[in-house]
Design a protein around this ligand. Structure first.
Ligand code: HEC
Ligand code: HEC
Length: 189
């Protein structure tokens, strides 16, 4: 009986500490990713409401230099894998806020065709589908989607390309098609 009470008290204390820690950890992300992970800049990804599995594995790969990053890899080296998992859960639980981008119908129409032909199978018709390891793309900032997709299309972009499946499909797209499909997906809600 005493054991149970002690164990319970310990869990509550650990839970409180974890909640305080995660707020502190997550506060360092707001300057770039926006308040609670809802980005306000065209090349900065929103992480609020993103697939938890995706957030976690991306950050672990960035930390270990297995995925291209300009900033995140260095930043994450000071976090343990457990802290990264907590942050992934924290941000995944926040509401998704679609990017505030005005739709250009010419780009939207071209992008829709590219998406139907090349992305729909895995990401859904509007980038809304989230499978185990795939991110939500609908409403993500188009500038960021372009940068990420260029990893796969530009052979001079010598960086880690973590997804073989993406490379097969996206690798042959023209730059104009990448821009159009990013605009189409990013202006979905
Ligand atoms: C100084 C700016 C900056 C800070 C601070 C920052 N990030 Fe980032 N983040 C970026 C940039 C830029 C990218 C795009 C990858 C890169 O080039 O590093 C990114 C990408 C990401 C991604 C990948 C998202 C995707 O959809 O692929 C995740 C997840 C992420 N950051 C989480 C975090 C978390 C959690 C924190 C707080 C611990 C944080 N970031 C702090 C700039 C920042
Ligand atoms: C055969 C399945 C498949 C197809 C088709 C596909 N993707 Fe992906 N996509 C994935 C997977 C799996 C991931 C997660 C990759 C990872 O985490 O390493 C991903 C991730 C992404 C990312 C996040 C960046 C990254 O490198 O993880 C973007 C952006 C993206 N896809 C855009 C697209 C676009 C745009 C199209 C169509 C032009 C497309 N994808 C077609 C499977 C696919």
């Amino acid at each position: 009986m005493h054991h149970k009470v002690a164990a319970f008290a310990f869990c509550v204390a650990a839970g409180v500490a974890q909640a305080a820690d995660i707020a502190g950890l997550a506060a360092t992300c707001h300057s770039c990713h926006g308040i609670d992970g809802a980005s306000v800049g065209p090349t900065m990804p929103s992480i609020a409401g993103q697939n938890e599995n995706y957030l976690r594995h991306v950050m672990i790969e960035q930390k270990h230099d297995q995925r291209y990053s300009s900033i995140m890899g260095r930043l994450l080296r000071t976090y343990s894998d457990e802290e990264i998992a907590l942050m992934a859960r924290h941000f995944a639980a926040k509401p998704w806020v679609p990017a505030a981008v005005d739709a250009d119908m010419r780009l939207v129409n071209r992008g829709r065709q590219v998406a139907q032909k090349t992305c729909q199978r895995c990401h859904g018709a509007t980038g809304e589908r989230v499978a185990e390891g795939t991110p939500r793309l609908a409403g993500q900032w188009p500038g960021y989607l372009v940068i990420e997709s260029m990893k796969y299309t530009d052979p001079t972009f010598h960086r880690n390309k973590p997804s073989e499946r993406m490379a097969e499909r996206v690798g042959n797209l023209a730059v104009e098609d990448v821009q159009a499909v990013a605009h189409f997906l990013g202006t979905r809600k």
